[in-house]
Design a protein around this ligand. Structure first.
Ligand code: NHF
Length: 469
């Protein structure tokens, strides 16, 4: 199959969130399964292209409000995967992948989406599958739908798939930009009126298949609690909604080969893991004691992630022995709450308020329990990494967390997004911790899970094949 894969960000060029991990892995995994996958990204000036051989592929224009908007395309290759980087005025305007100004991103990603489709034409490369991701590339799905309606032969056989990594971000405020590139509102009343001219809803409306990044998230978005007011519309499309859990890159996340950690280890040599915990305790001025459970949270400090829930819950279990490290940055009020807990419990809590990829690895390798009390979690990657490194996740049973963690087997799940629910679950996990035999058995089971990309790419391929049949 020929698969045109569009994304706003991809590792190793740039990674802002989980989408960067996905777009930095899935296209390679699809290619490894024998499919002609090609990745298209916007060429932001802050992209890391060091060591890559880049060459100018082509230049062309896309129509915008009666004039022509110039597009330049560069080409490179990583591990055999062709990658096209799109430049042009709307993209060079900002150095960063996402701007806080809605219409700036609306302009950029509508331009990018239109340019990516036009690129396929210039390459005379008719894709079997157009695979878009989130709101940024959803306009391509809608634009292709319109092109097909107008009898465009290039896309006559192309099917579109839109992956939903986060339904909450829809690209609001881009209506004028969509119109400028010739994308009118839809009139279908199945879509709520406010959504008829917004990038993500248009993509959800036009795509042949919708993929949520976990089976549970696929169910959740059909409900009022998680549907962001599109649940009614999504229920009308429920036959075309599936869930496929993301993977993690096993070569990048491997505790037996990770140079960032103090002591490498694997499931057969878990003893060696203790040195990582001791190193963390020492570095952060905590009592160096293997018998005290070390809790950790590595996250964006965002209400979605439930940092506030974790901070409050720890106060509820203050009668038990534990230590905790928080790593991440984000909302100022959440950072301040973390600082307060650290000030109140200085000998057991450490708040490291920065982005630190290396330290995150040391934490995965040394922590005993990894907290993820997310309010919603489409898939979640950190719990899979934690399991791979033998840190047992303690997470809310939501979205991908529910699909990847087996309660009391590979981690701990609890139901409500509240400090009380978390503290009850944490209390029972902390009680289990002194039983080294059971704990180790859980760690081994967690480490043995298969979260490889090969597995999810296989599921995507099955879906693509069914679509084009
Ligand atoms: O893993 C990549 C990521 C997910 O749960 C995560 C999220 C955003 O919130 O699919 O997208």
């Amino acid at each position: 199959m020929k698969i045109l894969f569009l994304a706003s960000e991809a590792d190793p060029f740039v990674k802002v969130g989980g989408l960067g991990d996905v777009a930095g892995s899935l296209p390679y995994a699809l290619r490894a399964l024998g499919h002609d996958t090609r990745l298209v990204l916007p060429f932001h000036s802050n992209l890391n292209t060091s060591g890559l051989n880049m060459h100018r592929e082509t230049v062309f224009t896309v129509p915008r409000n009666g004039s022509d908007e110039p597009v330049q395309v560069s080409h490179t290759e990583i591990n055999g995967l062709p990658i096209y980087l799109i430049s042009g005025e709307p993209i060079s305007k900002t150095a960063s992948v996402y701007s806080p100004i809605p219409h700036v991103d609306g302009e950029k990603y509508t331009f990018f989406s239109m340019a990516a489709l036009e690129l396929a034409r210039r390459l005379e490369w008719a894709p079997d599958i157009l695979h878009a991701n989130d709101w940024h590339t959803a306009p391509a799905v809608y634009a292709m739908y319109l092109k097909k309606q107008n009898g465009d032969p290039l896309f006559a056989k192309t099917k579109s798939v839109l992956s939903i990594h986060n339904l909450g971000f829809m690209g609001a405020g881009s209506s004028e930009q969509l119109a400028a590139y010739g994308l009118p509102p839809v009139t279908d009343e199945a879509l709520p009126a406010w959504a008829r001219h917004m990038p993500l809803p248009l993509g959800l409306w036009a795509a042949d298949e919708l993929v949520a990044v976990s089976p549970t998230y696929a169910e959740e978005i059909l409900t009022p609690d998680f549907g962001c007011d599109l649940d009614g519309f999504l229920r009308t499309r429920s036959a075309t909604v599936t869930g496929i859990v993301n993977g993690i890159d096993y070569s990048l996340w491997d505790p037996s080969a990770d140079d960032s950690i103090t002591a490498k280890f694997n499931a057969d040599h878990l003893d060696a893991r203790a040195a990582n915990k001791a190193a963390l305790q020492k570095r952060f001025g905590l009592a160096i004691d293997p018998s005290i459970p070390l809790l950790a949270m590595v996250t964006r400090f965002d209400p979605q992630k439930g940092v506030d829930i974790a901070l409050e819950a720890l106060r509820h279990v203050n009668d038990l022995p534990w230590q905790a490290i928080f790593l991440g940055t984000g909302h100022a009020n959440l950072e301040a709450s973390a600082r307060r807990l650290e000030a109140d419990l200085p000998d057991r809590v450490c708040a490291v308020l920065r982005f630190d990829a290396r330290l995150s690895r040391e934490i995965y390798a040394g922590a005993d329990i990894f907290l993820m009390p997310s309010r919603y979690e489409p898939c979640g990657l950190a719990q899979m990494i934690a399991m791979r490194y033998g840190a047992l996740p303690l997470a809310r049973a939501v979205g991908g967390l529910r699909d990847t963690i087996v309660h009391n087997q590979t981690g701990f799940l609890f139901a409500g997004a509240s400090p009380h629910a978390l503290s009850v679950s944490l209390r029972s996990a902390l009680k289990k911790f002194p039983n080294a035999k059971t704990w180790r058995a859980m760690q081994r089971r967690a480490m043995a899970q298969d979260f490889s990309w090969a597995r999810s790419a296989g599921q995507y391929v099955e879906l693509f094949e069914a679509l084009i049949k």
